[in-house]
Structures are given as C-alpha cells and as structure tokens.
Design a protein around this ligand. Structure first.
Ligand SMILES: [Zn+2]
Length: 294
C-alpha cells in the first residue's frame, strides 16, 4: 500500500517536473535538457497566432516575433487552427478558468474567434516560418482530451481517440498543405493527457510522430489579474536566486489574453527578453534545444 502511494506521488511529480526516469512515455515528453551550464533555453508561446492589434499597429504575434528577432532569439509557437466552431456557447466570467467561454475556449476571446488561430492569420504563420521560428501543434479547436475535473469541470472534451487524432491532423495537414511545413512537436490543451480508458495523448503523438513539448518554467501572462510588472519580477527573482536556473528549460508564455482579458505579455516580453539577454541567455526553439542537447 505504502509503495502504491509512493508510486502515485512519484508519477504526479514526474508530470510537473518532466522527469523522464519513471515514465512509460519517457521518449516523448521533454520539459528540459542538460545544457552543461550553457545559458540556453527554449521559449514557447501557446494559443496563438493572435491577431489583436497592439498599440503600435501590428498583430500581437508579429510583435512577439519582432521583439524576439531584435535579440536574435527564436521560439516555438504552439498554435491552434481556430476556435470559431466552438459554439453554441456562453461567455465565461472574466477572471475565472472559463473566462473565454463556459463550454469551450475561444481565442483570443469570446466571439472574436475570427481574429485568432492559424487559419485566420496565414500572414502571421508565413512570417513565423520565414523567420525560422518553430510551429508546434496545440490542437485545431483547443479542446482538452478526456473528461475534465476542477477547474474545467463540465466543459466539452474529446472522449474518443479518433476525434483527437482527427483534430490534430486537421491542423497538421492545413499547415503542411499551405506552407509546406511539417510540425514535429505538440502540446495538449490544458496539458490534459488521458483520453479514455488507457488511451492517452501520448498514443496520438506517437502515431503522428510528435514529441510532447512540456514546459518547465512558467513566465506567466495567463493568470487572473496578471500584470507585466509581476511577470518581469518573477523572472528577475529566479535569475537573482540562481542565474543558471533557466539553463535547458522550456519556458511557457501566453500568445494572447490573460484570464482577466488583459494582454500583459505585450509590456512584459521586451523587459523579460532584456533580462535574459543581459544574463547571457540565448533563447531558441524546442526542436533546436533537443537537437543540440537531448
Ligand atoms: Zn492552450
């Protein structure tokens, strides 16, 4: 019994640390690598592309790309196809986990689905590919696998393996056919992994030939009442405590709005990248991180 509890706790810990040592899907899940002290990390942006126009007149994802380019950095964009089909639905309560919709996610927000996603922003996708950035599959409609518990209880979910495959393949094929670009990595919406029975998203990824891009450092931008000041403070604190603490990590960022409907990434990103640069970091894509160090 004690052994069983120990094993359960260890497997939960592995989910959050990305520990590869005790995981039957070990070859697929990456959250960090050993860079042998080199200050190199991967940065990932979820839920875009996002066509919200920033104060200087460009789309948010273009702003993120240009900001990264100004430091000669690269990143991986965990893109969605579109959330336009996620209706009928009702708007959720701002600040709650269902902020964008009661039954489904809507990106960038409820009833504004037409300015989000890859199929509505082919211009952004083209510029990302041309700039040498990586695209990874975050599901066409951003629907979680398997029945969800707190805080997403009662939401729509995929319960069939074939539905999950179809959703991922739909986005994969769209990007491949229109941009001649082959995605090799994926991250499941809300990190939900179990579909039903013993079927998991790892079975889907194995069939599609994807690596699972987990994350090992959260730079924020998604939570309720998140501010750019807090996002910068979080990074500053980590670097002050240990300037090597981000070596080999996969950093999570939000390409879009927070749960409060704000866009703190816009002000935070230039300051965060400046901090990383001044600490001697190079920021690259996940697949490049794996190529160099895995
Ligand atoms: Zn997501």
């Amino acid at each position: 019994m004690i052994m069983k509890i120990y094993k359960t706790l260890k497997s939960i810990k592995n989910i959050f640390t990305g520990d590869k040592s005790n995981d039957r899907y070990s070859s697929l899940r990456f959250s960090h690598v050993d860079t042998k002290g080199e200050r190199i990390a991967a940065m990932t942006f979820d839920d875009g592309p996002c066509g919200i126009i920033c104060p200087e007149g460009m789309k948010l994802t273009d702003f993120i790309r240009e900001t990264l380019e100004s430091y000669n950095f690269k990143a991986t964009f965990d893109i969605i196809g579109s959330t336009e089909e996620n209706y009928p639905d009702k708007p959720g309560k701002l600040g709650s986990f269902r902020w964008s919709g009661v039954c489904y996610d809507h990106y960038p927000c409820f009833e504004e689905d037409k300015i989000g996603g890859a199929v509505n922003n082919p211009d952004i996708i083209r510029r990302l590919i041309d700039g040498g950035f990586e695209l990874a599959n975050h599901g066409y409609r951003h629907i979680a696998c398997g029945k969800q518990g707190f805080p997403y209880y009662g939401r729509a979910f995929f319960s069939q393996y074939n539905d999950v495959i179809t959703d991922y393949k739909r986005l994969h094929d769209y990007i491949y056919k229109n941009f001649d670009y082959n995605m090799v990595g994926a991250r499941p919406p809300h990190y939900a992994e179990t579909i039903s029975g013993d079927k998991t998203v790892f079975d889907v990824y194995r069939e599609l030939g994807y690596n699972y891009y987990f994350a090992s450092f959260d730079l924020g931008g998604w939570e309720k009442n998140e501010t750019s000041g807090n996002m910068v403070k979080k990074l500053k604190k980590a670097l002050e405590e240990n300037p090597d603490s981000l070596c080999g990590k996969v950093i999570y960022q939000k390409d879009g709005l927070s749960m409060s409907g704000d866009m703190p990434i816009y002000e935070a990103l230039p300051l965060q990248l400046d901090l990383l640069f001044s600490h001697g970091y190079e920021i690259i894509t996940v697949s490049e991180l794996l190529k160099r160090f895995a």
